[in-house]
Each structure stands twice: as structure tokens, then as C-alpha cells.
Design a protein around this ligand. Structure first.
Ligand code: HEC
Ligand code: HEC
Length: 480
């Protein structure tokens, strides 16, 4: 029904202007109660994480026998636990942790609803912070039932023991005290100071199901979608911006689309999250203290000892292959409620940013991995950056993304997600929708001075729907 972009936008636009007209009429009559009624927040209820077995975490169908042959190896690399120094597990073995780190494996953070996913119900930081005698304090913002939150300081905090430029990840822990960390002696970042100075923001793990498809959506399709989106900006207020990679192609990975590929992200994550230096990012993150440099760099590297096809490349190549092979999440079968909900989602304009599937929309080109060729990518995202207002802003500039800009979060798999938005501020998917607009948003570090959220009118249109229609829309989200 929404098979052309134009039709879809025209319809969104009609619904939006209908809403704005009603709102204006109501306000010019000026009875306060009615104005408040229009401004009221949604009364829909989040049914919660969709139950049953995980609808994600399997590999794509159609892999060749040889490709299937590496599934165990690449899963093993994604789930391996890294210690500080080599424990005799081969030349690409499970070592290189620290000197600073957040966790000791990829799947520790990427676990819900299956390996490769988002943050789990139980915060794994409580298992690693004092492991092997490590002397870390748990930062006060982490809680056992809370989201696993990575920290960044949007400004440069004076006197911070880990003084890096503003906005980059401040690893939570150091290897100091661990039995395999020699006499390494490093201090954790000054999280209490940062919190007191209101200089602390969080990022929560993103799931990577379907990322092999996301990675290769042709530029022309993303740009054609952007052109159609921006043509309606005067009435919708929405016009996304692509993030640019160093080779000028459109970057897609991360909350601000700051990384271009699964390979680059894996290489960066290995060092940023685990402190394992790689051929992509060859130095230790913090090499100020010689007592903490316990391995040759890069710690992870091509394996010359056992050059069989399965053992040859370094871990980021294997992690990237694991990510590329992961199939997109499978939505629940549609029913009359979720079909009605999807219609509401489209008619109020959620689908302008969360671009939804249509035969003409995103489709992968011919891929060297033939199972990834010519696939529809039902990602529910334009993969563009949008201004999202003061309440969501995190003050971190990454590439062309300003402090208030985020990539439209893909909604595939959102039905089985626990924590929402870049900082995991809410587990209530209704609140996640409200959080798109300063008017109804809660949480966040409290920035001021950014422009209004591009999603303001769409969220207002959501709040103006009947409770039944709102609930259908929320049920649709939880079916994804
Ligand atoms: C301590 C928790 C943590 C660990 C460990 C971790 N990640 Fe992540 N991951 C994150 C966070 C947080 C983000 C979002 C980062 C951002 O955009 O600021 C993320 C995002 C990603 C993404 C982007 C997904 C997308 O679709 O945009 C990929 C890919 C990824 N991680 C791969 C890895 C790999 C590979 C490893 C292991 C080497 C790893 N991660 C280890 C927390 C973690
Ligand atoms: C102007 C573009 C835009 C519009 C319109 C929009 N969204 Fe979003 N949406 C985003 C962005 C950007 C994020 C990520 C925000 C962040 O990182 O904090 C997001 C995040 C989400 C999330 C959380 C996903 C996650 O992974 O945490 C949900 C759910 C969601 N949107 C639903 C909706 C619904 C429902 C509507 C319509 C009422 C809507 N959105 C309209 C841009 C938009």
C-alpha cells in the first residue's frame, strides 16, 4: 500500500497537517484543559520484551559449505574471553586485555536476545570489574539490573587520570591488581568528578543482527530516500544527513553512524572495549605507564604459526565475518493489531525516518557472499543523522554528527530489546517514543541550546492518536 516513497510521504504529510490544523484550532479557542489534552502524553502500555525463543542470532541461509565451515571459529572469536597476557592459546590467542577496558569479550555486552545482540538483563560489568584480583571500583552509575553503559566525557575534565580529547570513550576499568597484570598501576577515570561536573554521557550496545545487509545497501538508494525525505521538509521538519566515511561513502555503524564497516567497527571495538590492540588500531589506548605494557603490539594480529584458512586472519576479520553472517531478526507473524499499528506508524510519519520496507526501497546489490545478494533490507531506518533535541543530546561530535544528532535507530528486532535510545535511558518503549521530543522527553544530561527535535510533530501526532491506535502502534513495535 505504501509502495512509492512519494505516496508514503504524501500520506504522512496529510496526517501531520491534519493534526497541526486541529491543534491550532483548539489552541485559538484557548480553553486550557483542551490544550493540555492535546499535549498529553501517551496512555499506551509497553507489553514488554516479546517472549518466546530469540527471533535473532542465527546465520543467514544460503551460505556455502565452506562458509558454514567457519561458523564455529568465528563464533568462538566473538565469544572468547581475553586475559591480559598470553595463556598458551595460540598466536592470535585470547590475550591483550587492557591496560584500560570495559569488558573481556564481545558477547558480554552484545547478548540480548542472542549472541550479537544488545545489552542483557543482568549487567555483566559486575562479573569483570574485580576479576582475577583487579582493584577497580564499580562506577556509581552502573547497577546490576541496569543497562551496561559505556561512559564518555563531552568536555575535557581537569585532573582526569585518563586525559583524552573530549567525547571519546572513557574505559570503566584498568587491569591494575589482576594476577596477570604484573606491576601495572593505573587509576580509573574520575567518574565521580565527571558526574559532579555534569560531564558524563552514556552509550549502550547496539545489536548487529542483519548488519551484513545494512553494510552494503547501495549509496544511490540511501541518497534517493534522502532526496524524497528532504523534499517534504517544509511540512514535516525532517531532513536527514548522511555521515561520511573517509572514502566519502555513507557510514552506517554506531549511534552516530560513525563507523563504515563491520571490520572497522570490530577493530576499533577490540581496542576500545577490551584494550586489545589490533592491526587496525595498533597502539595500546593508554601507553603512558611502561609497567602496563605487557605484550608486543599489535596484540592481535595475523597468525603466521598456523596458516590454515580458518586460523590465518586476526580476530577483527573473524568478528566482522560473524557480524556479516548474522541474519536479520525475524518479526512475529502479523495480526490485525500489528497491521493496524503499522498503518498508524506510517500515517503519522514514524516511517519518514524509520523507513520501512517496500519493494522499491533498500535492497542489497550483488555481494561476494552470495547469501547476502539481492536481499530486501527491512531495517526501519534511513541510516541518516537527525537533530533530536536537547533532551536526547549527548554533546558528543562525531564526524558530521553534532551533539544533538543521531542515526535513526534501526527498529528491526526492537520487540526483543530491553533498553532503548543511545544511553539506554528507558526500558519502556512508549517512553522511548516520547523521548524523541523535548516536550515529553525525560532523562539525559540536560543540554540546552540545540534546535528542536526533527521528530517533534510526529511525536505530537502519536500523542494525539486514540489510545487504541497508540496501543496498536506500540504492539506493532513489539512485534518487530
Ligand atoms: C563494554 C560493552 C561492549 C563490548 C565488550 C563490545 N561492545 Fe560493541 N558496542 C558497544 C556500544 C556501547 C556500542 C555503541 C557504540 C556507539 O555507537 O557509541 C557498540 C556497537 C557495536 C557495533 C555497531 C552495531 C551497529 O549496527 O551499529 C558493532 C559492530 C560492535 N559493537 C561490535 C563489537 C565487537 C566485534 C566487539 C568485541 C571486539 C564488541 N562490540 C564489544 C558496547 C560493547
Ligand atoms: C526525525 C526522525 C525520527 C522520527 C520521525 C522518529 N524517530 Fe524513532 N528514532 C530516531 C532516532 C535518531 C533514534 C535514536 C535516538 C537515540 O539514539 O537516542 C530513534 C529511536 C527510536 C526507538 C528506540 C530504538 C532503539 O534502538 O533504542 C524507537 C522504539 C523509535 N525510535 C520509535 C519511533 C516511533 C514509534 C516513531 C513515530 C512516533 C518514531 N520513532 C519517529 C529518529 C526518528
Amino acid at each position: 500500500m505504501w509502495d512509492t516513497k512519494r505516496g508514503r510521504h504524501a500520506s504522512s504529510l496529510r496526517a501531520l497537517s491534519r493534526f497541526l490544523l486541529t491543534a491550532t484550532a483548539v489552541m485559538s479557542l484557548a480553553p486550557l484543559a483542551l490544550v493540555i489534552a492535546v499535549r498529553a502524553q501517551s496512555t499506551a502500555q509497553d507489553p514488554g520484551v516479546r517472549g518466546g525463543p530469540p527471533d535473532a542470532g542465527t546465520f543467514v541461509t544460503g551460505l556455502t559449505t565452506n562458509q558454514k565451515g567457519v561458523e564455529g571459529t568465528i563464533t568462538g572469536t566473538f565469544t572468547e574471553i581475553n586475559a591480559v597476557t598470553q595463556t598458551g592459546n595460540g598466536a592470535t590467542g585470547n590475550f591483550g586485555l587492557g591496560p584500560r577496558f570495559n569488558f573481556n569479550s564481545c558477547n558480554g555486552c552484545h547478548a540480548q536476545p542472542a549472541v550479537g545482540g544488545a545489552a542483557p538483563f543482568t549487567n555483566g560489568f559486575f562479573q569483570v570489574f574485580d576479576l582475577n584480583g583487579a582493584l577497580n571500583e564499580m562506577p556509581s552509575f552502573e547497577s546490576e539490573a541496569g543497562v551496561m553503559a559505556n561512559a564518555r566525557f563531552p568536555q575535557v575534565l581537569p585532573g582526569n587520570p585518563y586525559p583524552i580529547p573530549a567525547g571519546f570513550t572513557q574505559e570503566l576499568f584498568t587491569i591494575t591488581g589482576r594476577s596477570d597484570a604484573g606491576s601495572c598501576d593505573l587509576e580509573q577515570p574520575n567518574f565521580n568528578g565527571a558526574q559532579a561536573a555534569n560531564d558524563l554521557i552514556f552509550r549502550t550496545p547496539l545489536p548487529m543482527f542483519g548488519d551484513g545487509l545494512m553494510e552494503i545497501i547501495p549509496e544511490t538508494q540511501l541518497l534517493a530516500n534522502q532526496t524524497a525525505e528532504c523534499a517534504e521538509e517544509a511540512s514535516t521538519g525532517i531532513c536527514g544527513t548522511p555521515q561520511l566515511a573517509p572514502d566519502t561513502t555513507i557510514s552506517r555503524f554506531g549511534w552516530k553512524a560513525q563507523e563504515r564497516s563491520a571490520l572497522i567497527f570490530s577493530s576499533a571495538a577490540y581496542n576500545t572495549e577490551e584494550g586489545v590492540s589490533t592491526e587496525g588500531f595498533p597502539n595500546e589506548l593508554d601507553d603512558t605507564n611502561p609497567n602496563c605494557i605487557l605484550n608486543g603490539i599489535p596484540e592481535d594480529h595475523w597468525n603466521f604459526i598456523n596458516p590454515s584458512p580458518h586460523r590465518f586472519p586476526g580476530d577483527p576479520e573473524r568478528q566482522a565475518l560473524f557480524i556479516r553472517f548474522l541474519a536479520a531478526p525475524t518479526p512475529a507473524p502479523p495480526n490485525s493489531t500489528t497491521i493496524a499499528g503499522q498503518n498508524e506508524f506510517n500515517s503519522i510519519g514514524c516511517n519518514i525516518c524509520h523507513s520501512s520496507p517496500s519493494p522499491t526501497q533498500f535492497k542489497t546489490p550483488l555481494s561476494a557472499i552470495s547469501a547476502l545478494s539481492n536481499q530486501n533490507v527491512n531495517i526501519f531506518s534511513d541510516l541518516l543523522l537527525h537533530h533530536m533535541g536537547n533532551c536526547l543530546a549527548d554533546g558528543v561530535v562525531q564526524g558530521v554528527a553534532q551533539g544533538d544528532m543521531f542515526r535513526t535507530a534501526p527498529l528491526w528486532g526492537v520487540g526483543q530489546r530491553i533498553f532503548f535510545m543511545h544511553d539506554g535511558r528507558t526500558s519502556d518503549i512508549v517512553q522511548a517514543v516520547e523521548d524523541h521530543s523535548d516536550q515529553w522527553c525525560t532523562g539525559g544530561p540536560g543540554f540546552t541550546g540545540y534546535q528542536a527535535s526533527e521528530a517533534d510533530s510526529v511525536v505530537a501526532a502519536f500523542n494525539a492518536l486514540s489510545t487504541t491506535n497508540q496501543q496498536d502502534l506500540i504492539d506493532f513495535l513489539r512485534s518487530l
